[in-house]
Design a protein around this ligand. Structure first.
Ligand code: HEC
Length: 144
């Protein structure tokens, strides 16, 4: 009889413990999600969500991959680390209209133009800044 009493107490404690754990999990479900890495993009912490990354990869493949690789020079320079060497404003302006930057005598743009055999990168005026952001996130994630 005493043995069964002990068993009952043990069983009850397990039930109580389990209900506490389940309640905690229901209250703090976020704790269960793995933390996404923070991407430091042009000085701003930018939370790269999956969608951004996938959209960026698609845009990169459709528009940039014919001339750019991430880690090797091709027709254009390797884009690895580009968000560290250039400001966000410069990247928006350059990707939207590289020729205009060369005409304005922007030092970095002119130097690149000379280095890459005076090959002019085409302009991408149809890409929104959000599109460019997702391409940059894709480039940064490829560097992790
Ligand atoms: C037709 C070839 C071509 C395509 C397509 C192209 N680029 Fe370029 N890109 C170049 C060349 C060549 C340069 C070097 C600068 C120059 O010659 O004007 C360059 C330079 C750059 C730079 C400056 C790199 C640095 O080191 O500062 C960035 C950023 C860039 N491209 C992004 C893009 C993105 C993003 C796309 C797609 C939306 C793209 N490029 C598509 C040829 C291309």
């Amino acid at each position: 009889m005493k043995f069964f009493h002990k068993l009952q107490i043990l069983f009850l404690s397990i039930v109580v413990l389990l209900s506490v754990i389940i309640t905690m999990l229901l209250i703090y479900p976020d704790q269960l999600q793995p933390k996404e890495p923070e991407i430091f993009y042009c000085g701003n912490a930018l939370r790269a969500n999956g969608e951004n990354h996938i959209a960026g990869e698609r845009l990169f493949k459709d528009n940039c991959k014919s001339c750019h690789r991430i880690h090797q020079d091709a027709v254009g320079p390797a884009l690895s680390g580009v968000t560290k060497r250039r400001s966000k404003e410069w990247l928006y302006a350059f990707i939207e209209d590289p020729q205009a930057m060369i005409k304005k005598r922007d030092t970095a743009a002119v130097n690149l133009y000379m280095k890459y055999n005076k090959f002019e990168m085409m302009s991408f005026k149809t890409l929104s800044t959000a599109d460019i952001d997702s391409i940059l996130v894709y480039i940064e994630l490829s560097d992790l």
